[in-house]
Design a protein around this ligand. Structure first.
Ligand code: SF4
Length: 177
Protein backbone atom coordinates (compact mmCIF):
# COMPACT_ATOMS: atom_id res chain seq x y z
CA UNK A 1 0.00 0.00 0.00
CA UNK A 2 1.73 3.24 -1.14
CA UNK A 3 2.42 5.60 1.71
CA UNK A 4 3.09 2.83 4.22
CA UNK A 5 6.67 2.15 3.10
CA UNK A 6 7.46 5.87 2.96
CA UNK A 7 6.04 6.30 6.45
CA UNK A 8 8.20 3.44 7.78
CA UNK A 9 11.24 5.00 6.08
CA UNK A 10 10.47 8.35 7.73
CA UNK A 11 10.07 6.65 11.12
CA UNK A 12 13.46 5.00 10.66
CA UNK A 13 15.07 8.36 9.84
CA UNK A 14 13.52 10.05 12.86
CA UNK A 15 14.52 7.15 15.10
CA UNK A 16 18.12 7.35 13.95
CA UNK A 17 18.07 11.13 14.47
CA UNK A 18 16.68 10.79 18.01
CA UNK A 19 19.17 8.01 18.79
CA UNK A 20 21.99 10.37 17.82
CA UNK A 21 20.47 13.18 19.93
CA UNK A 22 20.08 10.87 22.94
CA UNK A 23 23.67 9.78 22.58
CA UNK A 24 24.87 13.38 22.66
CA UNK A 25 22.44 14.79 25.22
CA UNK A 26 21.64 11.66 27.22
CA UNK A 27 22.92 13.17 30.48
CA UNK A 28 20.26 15.91 30.33
CA UNK A 29 17.32 13.85 29.04
CA UNK A 30 14.85 12.21 31.42
CA UNK A 31 12.85 10.62 28.57
CA UNK A 32 12.45 6.89 29.02
CA UNK A 33 10.18 3.95 29.60
CA UNK A 34 7.65 4.58 32.37
CA UNK A 35 7.72 8.39 32.18
CA UNK A 36 4.56 9.10 30.17
CA UNK A 37 4.43 12.76 31.16
CA UNK A 38 4.06 13.79 27.50
CA UNK A 39 1.15 11.37 27.11
CA UNK A 40 -1.15 13.72 29.02
CA UNK A 41 -1.50 16.20 26.19
CA UNK A 42 -4.17 16.15 23.50
CA UNK A 43 -2.49 14.71 20.44
CA UNK A 44 -3.56 14.15 16.86
CA UNK A 45 -2.43 11.50 14.43
CA UNK A 46 -2.50 11.33 10.65
CA UNK A 47 -4.37 8.59 8.76
CA UNK A 48 -1.13 6.81 7.82
CA UNK A 49 -0.13 6.78 11.50
CA UNK A 50 -3.53 5.47 12.57
CA UNK A 51 -3.16 2.73 9.97
CA UNK A 52 0.12 1.63 11.62
CA UNK A 53 -1.53 1.72 15.05
CA UNK A 54 -4.49 -0.30 13.77
CA UNK A 55 -2.11 -2.95 12.40
CA UNK A 56 -0.28 -3.15 15.72
CA UNK A 57 -3.55 -3.32 17.69
CA UNK A 58 -4.52 -6.37 15.63
CA UNK A 59 -1.45 -8.19 16.98
CA UNK A 60 -2.23 -7.48 20.65
CA UNK A 61 -3.91 -10.09 22.87
CA UNK A 62 -7.69 -9.65 23.12
CA UNK A 63 -7.50 -8.77 26.81
CA UNK A 64 -5.21 -5.83 26.03
CA UNK A 65 -7.43 -4.64 23.18
CA UNK A 66 -10.46 -4.88 25.49
CA UNK A 67 -8.64 -2.73 28.07
CA UNK A 68 -7.97 -0.06 25.44
CA UNK A 69 -11.57 -0.27 24.23
CA UNK A 70 -12.81 0.20 27.82
CA UNK A 71 -10.55 3.24 28.23
CA UNK A 72 -12.16 4.82 25.19
CA UNK A 73 -15.40 5.16 27.14
CA UNK A 74 -13.83 6.08 30.49
CA UNK A 75 -14.49 9.63 31.74
CA UNK A 76 -10.74 10.06 32.30
CA UNK A 77 -10.13 9.68 28.59
CA UNK A 78 -13.32 11.28 27.30
CA UNK A 79 -13.03 14.38 29.51
CA UNK A 80 -9.33 14.48 30.19
CA UNK A 81 -6.10 14.68 28.30
CA UNK A 82 -4.75 11.20 28.99
CA UNK A 83 -3.92 9.26 25.82
CA UNK A 84 -6.07 6.17 25.37
CA UNK A 85 -2.96 4.08 24.71
CA UNK A 86 -1.22 4.99 27.96
CA UNK A 87 -1.21 1.92 30.20
CA UNK A 88 -1.48 2.16 33.98
CA UNK A 89 2.26 1.55 34.35
CA UNK A 90 2.82 4.72 32.24
CA UNK A 91 3.93 2.69 29.25
CA UNK A 92 2.60 3.01 25.72
CA UNK A 93 0.41 0.09 24.59
CA UNK A 94 1.24 0.84 20.93
CA UNK A 95 4.87 1.85 21.46
CA UNK A 96 6.15 0.28 18.23
CA UNK A 97 3.57 2.20 16.19
CA UNK A 98 3.32 5.39 18.23
CA UNK A 99 2.87 8.51 16.08
CA UNK A 100 5.79 10.71 15.10
CA UNK A 101 4.87 13.46 17.53
CA UNK A 102 5.36 10.95 20.37
CA UNK A 103 8.84 10.13 19.07
CA UNK A 104 9.97 13.74 18.96
CA UNK A 105 8.69 15.10 22.27
CA UNK A 106 11.40 15.62 24.89
CA UNK A 107 14.61 16.79 23.21
CA UNK A 108 14.80 20.25 21.65
CA UNK A 109 12.64 20.90 18.58
CA UNK A 110 12.23 23.98 16.39
CA UNK A 111 8.61 25.11 16.05
CA UNK A 112 7.18 26.72 12.89
CA UNK A 113 7.59 30.16 14.52
CA UNK A 114 11.33 29.38 14.97
CA UNK A 115 11.09 29.03 18.75
CA UNK A 116 13.11 26.13 20.14
CA UNK A 117 11.39 24.21 22.94
CA UNK A 118 11.97 21.02 24.95
CA UNK A 119 10.28 19.05 27.74
CA UNK A 120 10.58 20.92 31.02
CA UNK A 121 11.75 17.71 32.73
CA UNK A 122 14.88 17.73 30.59
CA UNK A 123 18.07 19.79 30.90
CA UNK A 124 17.92 19.94 34.72
CA UNK A 125 16.23 23.33 34.84
CA UNK A 126 19.06 24.99 32.90
CA UNK A 127 18.39 28.50 31.57
CA UNK A 128 17.18 28.37 27.95
CA UNK A 129 20.20 30.39 26.82
CA UNK A 130 22.53 27.83 28.44
CA UNK A 131 20.66 24.96 26.80
CA UNK A 132 21.00 26.66 23.43
CA UNK A 133 24.74 27.10 23.99
CA UNK A 134 25.04 23.47 25.07
CA UNK A 135 23.27 21.68 22.23
CA UNK A 136 24.43 21.72 18.64
CA UNK A 137 22.20 23.13 15.89
CA UNK A 138 22.09 19.84 14.00
CA UNK A 139 20.51 18.14 17.01
CA UNK A 140 17.39 20.31 16.86
CA UNK A 141 14.53 18.73 14.97
CA UNK A 142 12.65 21.00 12.56
CA UNK A 143 9.01 20.20 13.31
CA UNK A 144 7.64 22.06 10.31
CA UNK A 145 9.83 20.13 7.88
CA UNK A 146 8.88 16.88 9.56
CA UNK A 147 5.16 17.70 9.44
CA UNK A 148 5.36 18.74 5.79
CA UNK A 149 7.04 15.44 4.90
CA UNK A 150 4.53 13.48 6.95
CA UNK A 151 1.68 15.42 5.32
CA UNK A 152 2.89 14.50 1.82
CA UNK A 153 3.19 10.85 2.78
CA UNK A 154 -0.25 10.96 4.33
CA UNK A 155 -1.73 12.51 1.17
CA UNK A 156 -0.25 9.68 -0.88
CA UNK A 157 -1.64 7.13 1.55
CA UNK A 158 -5.09 8.71 1.56
CA UNK A 159 -5.28 9.16 -2.20
CA UNK A 160 -4.46 5.51 -2.82
CA UNK A 161 -6.96 4.46 -0.18
CA UNK A 162 -9.56 6.57 -1.99
CA UNK A 163 -8.67 4.90 -5.28
CA UNK A 164 -9.02 1.47 -3.69
CA UNK A 165 -12.40 2.47 -2.27
CA UNK A 166 -13.38 3.84 -5.68
CA UNK A 167 -12.27 0.62 -7.43
CA UNK A 168 -14.28 -1.43 -4.98
CA UNK A 169 -17.29 0.76 -5.54
CA UNK A 170 -16.85 0.63 -9.31
CA UNK A 171 -16.54 -3.15 -9.40
CA UNK A 172 -19.51 -3.51 -7.06
CA UNK A 173 -21.60 -1.31 -9.33
CA UNK A 174 -20.38 -3.18 -12.42
CA UNK A 175 -21.20 -6.52 -10.80
CA UNK A 176 -24.69 -5.28 -10.06
CA UNK A 177 -25.39 -4.36 -13.67
S1 SF4 B 1 0.52 6.93 21.59
FE1 SF4 B 1 1.81 6.16 23.25
S2 SF4 B 1 3.59 7.55 23.34
FE2 SF4 B 1 1.96 8.61 22.17
S3 SF4 B 1 0.82 9.86 23.67
FE3 SF4 B 1 -0.22 7.86 23.51
S4 SF4 B 1 0.66 6.58 25.14
FE4 SF4 B 1 2.05 8.33 24.81
Amino acid sequence: MPGRAEYQALLAKVESFTDRVKEGQGQWLKCGSGCGSCCHLRRTAWAVELDAIRQLLNTLPKVQRDTIKARLSSPEVVNGDRCVFLDNDARCAVYGARPLICRTHGPAVRLPNADVVWCELNFDGMEPSVVMETISGDSILDIELLNRTLGLINERFISVRSLVARDTLDSTLTDDV
